[in-house]
Design a protein around this ligand. Sequence first.
Ligand code: MN
Length: 305
Amino acid sequence: MGDTKVEILTPRDVPLGGPRAMTVRRTLPQRARTLIGAWCFADHYGPDPVAASGGMDVAPHPHIGLQTVSWLFSGEIEHRDSLGSHAAVRPGEINLMTGGHGIAHSEVSTPDTTVLHGVQLWVALPDAHRDTPRDFTHHAPRPVRVDGAELRVFLGTLAGDTSPVPAFTPLLGAEVLLDPGATVTLAVDPEFEHGLLVDEGDVTLEGTALRPAELGYTAPGRAALTLANTSPHRARAVLLGGPPFGEEIVMWWNFIARTDAEIRRAREDWAAASDRFGAVAGYPGDRLPAPELPTTPLKPRRNPG
Ligand code: MN
């Protein structure tokens, strides 16, 4: 049994790319924690009135060594990628894109979207699978009702429901809607560490209060997690989990690798419009150029302790 406290990870505001730069709240990675299981990136945004924020407009950009998970609470995003996928990302439906050896995609909120609200998550691929071919999967989980909550399990297993979406490491990803005043205890895998990202409401995790946009972390060793909504309104959170990811990773821009040299190679390949990433058809504009790399070598990150 490890540390029994709930660690609170607070978000920082980050402007997303694009001419009208919408702002997101990022809880992973941060100094105190790089990963929760293989989850290595957590951006939370909205509810933003698109008329004020400009919405989302992220031009074609590359990824390697990771999967992206888009999960919306409201609004709609048009996804295009270099596999030729052209998909509508809608609330309550997982869109999982596998970067692997290389992919490129664009994400634009649709003209009909008035309020954009959701999360963008990344999953680090383990060394044995990080060069896997690019892929794109969509799934709409059916809502599962337990006493006091409604769950949508988009990855892994929770409350007897299992997502059919395959993963390269054991993972949990689920939206949790807590009834007003409800306390819910969910059985979880004791080998997993977990993160509860609160979207709205007054939520406690194992008795620790979390504010909206905070991520509460629990170490492996718990067979159940107790969530409570202390407010008279519905509360919403996203529960993430997985066994601790034992590998060091090097993260830079949209790339996850193991060495500085691999990152530099990926940047050159993107700059050269290499077949490694392919082309995104149908985006009305230029692709995103990669930023400059630091002159000093990028250092690997891992979790403390
Ligand atoms: Mn992306």
